[in-house]
Design a protein around this ligand. Structure first.
Ligand code: COA
Length: 253
């Protein structure tokens, strides 16, 4: 099982567990995460959810083999259904991040409520570097969070950034030593056990309400362009280069 999920102390815990592939996310893993999120919505005993990876790796993003072999086909594809489930999730969503959080590994954090990162965390949104375009409303949310200039570094140049920078630009709440991130995030998530659940959910809904139409629209527009980009020669060259463990050559485009 590459996604482990279960209710621990009132916290629906989703653990990405595919360390041999750096927690790269496959279609089946998106499906399992969607199921886990929906189960947490339906379970009154789940007062919050926590998403985490393995020590030293949150996720290397979408599985690039999957992208080549089974590219997402429209809004009913597992990755889009996962995004919808995350956007619709109205209970507190906490993330604990150690090591790399790449692509959707970073963009999913934009939609969590509380994010704790390790001092070894390495976030990156190298969509353009891969011949792709931003997803999960990153083209909307990232410039809004950090301004156009810093967003250009992250989204156009694909520059990676540290946990501290994630805090500085509003993506994360706090940086902790790697071994303390998960217990800290869990303690924070468990605090919701002592809070009135309906008021918490309504507060989250209100906080999201004023931007949710724009976010959904961004997800849809990006999704269309992403689908086209995935089939482009630029993306093919980037993916092949990754698996051939060489630098991509975009000089002919
Ligand atoms: N999709 C598919 N396989 C992946 C993967 C991904 N996103 N990320 C890592 N892997 C695989 C590697 O191909 C390798 O497989 P192998 O052992 O069969 O050769 C294995 O996982 C280990 O990865 P490796 O690159 O050797 O580990 P590393 O510690 O040197 O680097 C990362 C870790 C995460 C920095 C690096 O794997 C990486 O950059 N991954 C791709 C990130 C990416 O571009 N994601 C897509 C965003 S849209």
């Amino acid at each position: 099982m590459s996604i482990k999920s279960g209710l621990i102390n009132g916290v629906a815990t989703i653990e990405i567990a595919r360390p041999e592939k750096k927690n790269a996310l496959t279609v089946a893993m998106y499906e399992d995460m969607t199921t886990a999120l929906k189960a947490a919505v339906d379970n009154p005993a789940a007062r919050a959810a926590l998403i985490t990876g393995q020590p030293g790796i949150f996720t290397s993003g979408n599985d690039l083999q999957d992208f080549m072999q089974r590219p997402p086909q429209g809004p009913d594809s597992p990755v889009f259904l996962f995004m919808q489930a995350m956007l619709a999730f109205d209970k507190p969503l906490v993330a604990a991040v150690t090591g790399p959080a790449i692509g959707i590994g970073t963009t999913m954090l934009l939609h969590c409520d509380l994010v704790y990162v390790a001092d070894d965390a390495r976030l990156a949104m190298p969509f353009a570097s891969l011949g792709l375009v931003p997803e999960f409303a990153a083209s909307l949310v990232v410039p809004a969070l950090m301004g156009q200039r810093r967003a250009a570094e992250k989204l156009m140049l694909g520059d990676p950034f540290t946990g501290q920078e994630a805090v500085d630009c509003g993506i994360a709440n706090a940086v902790l030593p790697a071994g303390e991130v998960l217990p800290h995030a869990r303690r924070i998530a468990e605090r919701f056990n002592a809070l009135p659940p309906s008021a918490v959910r309504q507060t989250k809904r209100l906080m999201k309400r004023w931007s949710s139409d724009a976010v959904l629209q961004a997800v849809a527009v990006e999704g269309e362009r992403f689908g086209t980009a995935l089939r482009s020669p630029e993306a093919r060259e980037a993916f092949q280069a990754f698996f051939e463990k060489r630098k991509p050559d975009f000089s002919r485009f």
